[in-house]
Design a protein around this ligand. Sequence first.
Ligand code: ATP
Ligand code: MG
Length: 321
Amino acid sequence: MKKELIRIEHVTKDFRDSNRRRVRAVDDLSLSIYEGETFGLVGESGCGKSTTGNLLVRLLKANQGKIFYKGTEISGISEREFAKYRREIQMVFQDPYGSINPRKKIGWLLEEPLKIHRKDLSAEERRRMAERMLEVVGLDKSFGRRYPKALSGGQRQRVSIALALILNPSFVVADEPVSALDVSIQAQILNLLASLKKEFSLTLLFISHDLNVVSYLSDRIGIMYLGNLVEVGRVELIERGAAHPYTRALFSASERESGRGPDEPVLTGDVPSPSDPPAGCPFHTRCPYCQEVCRREKPVLREIEEGWSAACHFPFSVELP
Ligand SMILES: Nc1ncnc2c1ncn2[C@@H]1O[C@H](COP(=O)(O)OP(=O)(O)OP(=O)(O)O)[C@@H](O)[C@H]1O
Ligand SMILES: [Mg+2]
């Protein structure tokens, strides 16, 4: 039986734009993430991926809805109560330049969380653990004596990963962990993440705008559009033939097979503003299959088959062999 690690229930997050208009970044989103899986969150820029990740690690607070970790609601508890979950829930950020303190040596940075959360360790044990962590992410232990500025982007991202893993977390959110890196080193970092995920039996939420990357790494994926999940399911099912027209358009834009013939929908027009979202289905303004009901009624996520759901009034469905 799959065990739920994270449950998001009807979570909504609003911001204000520069004109004080409400921007609905995440719109009544519900999702479960299971122990040991890699869940990939994908969608165009501004669809709410980072906001979702930041809500999960409590960098943001939801306006509505609840988030559960191992069955405990963590969205409503105080910072003090949350402290005991802090080491279990970690994040790797997109920008390894901005997310690492430049004034401290790498070894100091790695030992710092241990000083706070692992008071059982001696100074010597801490140092050894920091060194071991550097080796785990493919860096020589001598990196501990260097400052971040002496490191390349790829090396910094390895340090960020070491920082996220040093407290032996259960759940890691990786928000576009390679998109700030040179293409030539992106694959190295992705493969490192994939192998560490196995080695540390992590549950990973992997966020990227790149469908190829997401489907390569993930067991299940969720496709976001204007703060909504429009399709969720096991990668092999969605690759066989996506149910939502938006997913199909994303697949055809990335030149990946999604199972159907040459008449795949192509994305035209712009994403509507999240400060003025359309009524009905959020995708209806760009959907080639839009019907009257789509302008009126917002579709909810409905199961297509086990392990696969889409929020569409007229989903494609694949005949089973
Ligand atoms: N702090 C903020 N203040 C105001 N608006 C915000 C804030 N953070 C995000 N938004 C808005 O919320 C929406 C979702 O943003 P978010 O960063 O979650 O998208 P994303 O999917 O991560 O995009 P990207 O692929 O560009 O990283 C966008 O319209 C964005 O402009
Ligand atoms: Mg983002």
